[in-house]
Design a protein around this ligand. Structure first.
Ligand SMILES: NC(=O)c1ccc[n+]([C@@H]2O[C@H](COP(=O)([O-])OP(=O)(O)OC[C@H]3O[C@@H](n4cnc5c(N)ncnc54)[C@H](O)[C@@H]3O)[C@@H](O)[C@H]2O)c1
Length: 344
């Protein structure tokens, strides 16, 4: 491993229209980072940010960043079809690379970006933002420390009225969040997925998708993704053998609720009724921290120390493999599709 950097990590952000400015703001605020470059093809977009970052250099050409030997890392917040190409360019130029979700539009491209980062010994991180949410951190703690018992299944609700997209369906637009959280919480490779959905507003662009992920141990993850729904829901529920937990991002004071509910262990005789138990309900305090700040901090820390991140190239590629396999299933009336993993 190389020597740790004992200075702020010099970062350049590419793509500054809608989401990129949130990344630029967070990297700029971190003591461990220095926002050195802002890049966008569109001068008018750049003009909106010049006043905020007087210390940064502005350009419409990513080559200016790639050719700057003093720049440590490139952050890609451009439109999704450009991710794999720009990430490959950044890694080829020897830059640590942060890519917005999803890492690529195909599993093969995502895996090749992840492999390139590994081959070059560079940090590659994908913005799986929700994995860094303090409430998801709490769920992960409950899974890992045995509070829930054995995890049986989990499901995510991500529904709202709008934003209706034209260039991607509800699966690709909304799914990366819940898929990345499920993979992180369960901590196993998915083995099979299926998905059904329908396009009502535009031909070929599904407005609602119901997806299913099966893990080797038998854990099932289910997703309800829709931009055509009267409810605004941002929820993840995990059912364990001992307890059940709900993360509801629409709540302010009770983001996480832990239910002491579950089946009573069968005492003996075969054929006896399974009884259930309903005990206390606990609401843990969840820190209010902007998850994107935690994402940016984990990236610069990994760059500075050569350490790992929880949203590395492998995690990014696995999410795209699940999205791609679900798309195959969607196009085949929900038929199950095996996930072979690691680019095979
Ligand atoms: N993590 C999240 O919660 C979250 C939320 C919203 C968007 N996003 C992601 O952020 C990314 C950007 O989304 P957006 O809505 O801001 O997209 P956008 O299309 O509004 O903006 C993309 C910008 O990138 C610029 N760009 C494209 N190619 C470029 C190149 N080669 N060099 C320099 N600039 C280039 C464009 O000029 C544009 O200004 C997407 O990957 C999206 O999925 C993530």
């Amino acid at each position: 491993m190389s020597e740790p950097l004992n200075r702020p990590v010099r970062v350049g952000v590419v793509g500054l229209n809608y989401w990129g400015p949130n990344l630029a703001r967070n990297f700029d605020k971190l003591a461990e980072a220095e926002l050195a470059w802002c890049c966008d093809l569109d001068e008018a977009v750049l003009d909106r940010h010049r006043g905020n970052y007087p210390g940064a250099r502005f350009t419409t050409d990513i080559q200016d960043l790639l050719g700057d030997d003093t720049l440590d890392a490139v952050v890609i917040a451009t439109s999704v079809p450009t991710h794999a190409r720009l990430a490959t360019m950044a890694l080829e130029a020897g830059k640590h690379t942060f890519v917005e979700k999803p890492l690529a539009l195909s599993a093969a491209d995502a895996r090749s970006v992840a492999d390139l980062a590994a081959e070059k010994g560079l940090t590659l991180m994908v913005d799986h933002l929700l994995v860094f949410h303090p409430a998801v951190e709490k769920l992960k703690q409950y899974v890992d420390d045995g509070t829930l018992g054995r995890v049986f299944y989990l499901y995510g609700n991500r529904q709202n009225l709008g934003i209706v997209r034209q260039d991607e369906n509800a699966l690709w637009s909304l799914g990366p969040h819940d898929i990345s959280v499920m993979l992180w919480l369960v901590g196993e490779q998915p083995v099979e997925v299926s998905a059904t959905g329908e396009s009502y507003l535009q031909p070929g662009v599904e407005d609602v998708v119901f997806g299913r992920i099966r893990f080797a141990s038998g854990v099932i993850g289910h997703l309800h993704l829709s931009w055509l729904d009267p409810h605004k829901m941002r929820k993840m529920t995990v059912i364990g053998s001992d307890k059940m937990v709900v993360f509801d991002d629409m709540e302010t004071d009770r983001k996480v609720t832990l239910y002491d509910k579950g089946p009573l262990p069968r005492t003996e005789t075969y054929g006896e009724y399974i009884q259930v138990r309903s005990g206390d309900i606990h609401i843990p305090k969840i820190e209010v921290t902007e998850p994107l700040r935690l994402v940016c901090k984990e990236f610069v820390d990994a760059v500075a120390t050569g350490g790992t991140t929880r949203a590395d190239g492998d995690a990014g590629a696995t999410v795209v493999e699940v999205l791609e396999a679900m798309t195959t299933s969607l196009n085949n009336a929900g038929a199950p599709v095996a996930i072979t993993g690691k680019g095979s």
